[in-house]
Design a protein around this ligand. Structure first.
Ligand code: C5P
Length: 427
């Protein structure tokens, strides 16, 4: 294989500690979404981050610094005139010291007024002061806007957003939906788990920036009649983890998902399908525009030849119905054939086996004419959060040890990115 396992595994963080070693300044400006900041602080700490809370006077109207201190485990700063030590420094310059160890400043919620202030470089409270005084090259600024939909849509706010973006500020959200004021529209702050996912993704390396990745995931459902069908035990978790890992790596990701109830990873375009034919219809036209195709879906090999319009009933004759089956198209094989001519996408297949993993994976890779196949033991992993993978290519095979599916997905994506790089012709 192209590189030792160590070079791939070292790219992934320890399980459960995606923000281990990161120092985040979590700023709160005034808004009802401050209640979500409490949960966010807790989630950041749980992910391994050191969280330093800074609140504006307006934020203190919505949530107390006592709550935020309890959740972050560190004293909260609210005033530019605070003379307490920061990281052992007693020069009474909290607005400087607070960002010197920080990997990022995240303001959540970021109010319309606070963003307007940042845009003009104003610095009349501790939070805006430290945003201005932060080392711009090493300490990025991320804003999670939270405001009424009219305030968000106002030309003044939109102007501020685009100018802040031009200044290098990153925006997380806002989301759309029901607002605290009862109105419905854009301007809701992202939920804490969404902000956490965004922040984790923000820090990940971007080896797939500018690349397009297409992924299939989950089972398919082949209807027999209006209430029954043929399906399988695939949960879709591995494919969804790969979609998240690819998006974190900077790719533009399309996820074609069979019937599963999983949350779409942030930044991923999802196309829901039910049958193998629908999956093929979604994948085939898109495939030539993609750099990578990862087929994780457990596509049903056969579908009932005809669909009964009404529920098939027992008729008392004790004779069980017999169903005629028709073979489904092999989506991966079709894309692989295309790739042989077009030179892309780079095709990765999955082999869910119950035994003889290496032998079956090798055979399947050759049969499908794909450069890489990922073997896993189906019965041992269906529905679970962890897995173990075996990567098989023309040169040999390599085992990725048992880990959670997101960790494995990150290793796999790092491996695929290295393969793409080594295939590129040097300029
Ligand atoms: O042929 P088999 O189902 O064993 O191969 C598994 C691989 O082929 C998986 O990557 C799966 O997503 C893909 N596949 C497909 N279309 C099918 C059957 C399998 O894309 N009809």
């Amino acid at each position: 294989m192209t590189q030792p396992l160590d070079s791939v595994t070292s790219a992934a963080p320890a399980e459960g500690g995606d923000l281990e070693g990161k120092h985040i300044v979590l700023g709160l400006s005034g808004g009802i979404a401050c209640y979500k900041a409490a949960e966010l602080a807790r989630a950041l700490v749980k992910a391994g981050a050191t969280v330093q809370i800074v609140m504006t006077e307006a934020a203190e109207q919505f949530i107390t610094s006592v709550t935020m201190q309890a959740l972050s485990g560190r004293p909260v700063f609210t005033s530019a005139w605070d003379t307490r030590d920061v990281d052992g420094k007693a020069n009474s310059m909290a607005h400087i010291n607070l960002t010197r160890q920080a990997d990022a400043v995240l303001v959540a919620p970021a109010s319309a007024d606070f963003m307007a202030k940042l845009l003009h470089g104003r610095a009349d409270d501790l939070l805006s002061l430290l945003c201005l005084a932060r080392p711009i090259e090493t300490c990025p600024l991320l804003l999670a806007p939270a405001m009424n939909r009219e305030m968000w849509a106002h030309p003044a706010t939109q102007r501020n957003v685009s100018l802040l973006r031009a200044d290098g500020t990153h925006f997380l959200g806002p989301d759309s939906g029901e607002q605290a004021c009862g109105e419905v529209g854009d301007g809701r702050m992202l939920e804490p788990d969404q902000l956490l996912e965004e922040l984790i993704g923000f820090f990940r390396p971007k080896p797939l920036a500018g690349k397009r990745v297409l992924i299939t995931a989950g089972p398919t459902f082949e209807p027999i009649d209006p209430v029954r069908g043929i399906t399988n035990l695939s949960s879709g978790k591995m494919g969804f983890a790969i979609a998240r890992a690819a998006a974190e790596a900077g790719a533009e990701v399309t996820l074609v998902a069979g019937p599963v109830h999983l949350v779409t990873p942030r930044g991923v375009r999802r196309v829901d399908v039910r049958t193998a034919l629908q999956m093929a219809e979604a994948v085939i036209p898109l495939a030539p525009t993609q750099d990578v195709f990862v087929a994780t879906a457990a596509v049903a090999d056969w579908r009932p030849t005809s669909l009964a319009e009404q529920k098939i009933k027992k008729n008392g004759s004790k004779v069980a119905p017999i169903f005629e089956l028709t073979e489904n198209p092999d989506i991966l094989a079709a894309v692989a054939k295309m790739a042989l001519v077009e030179g892309r996408p780079f095709c990765v297949g999955f082999a869910a086996e119950s035994h003889d993993l290496l032998k079956h994976s090798r055979e399947k890779r050759e049969r499908k004419q794909i450069p890489l196949i990922v073997g896993n033991l189906g019965p041992a992993t269906f529905g679970r959060d962890d897995n173990a993978l075996m990567l098989v290519d023309a040169q040999g095979h390599r085992e990725l040890p048992p880990a959670n599916k997101l960790t494995l997905a990150r290793w796999l994506i790092a491996d695929i990115a290295q393969r793409l790089t080594s295939m590129e012709i040097p300029a």
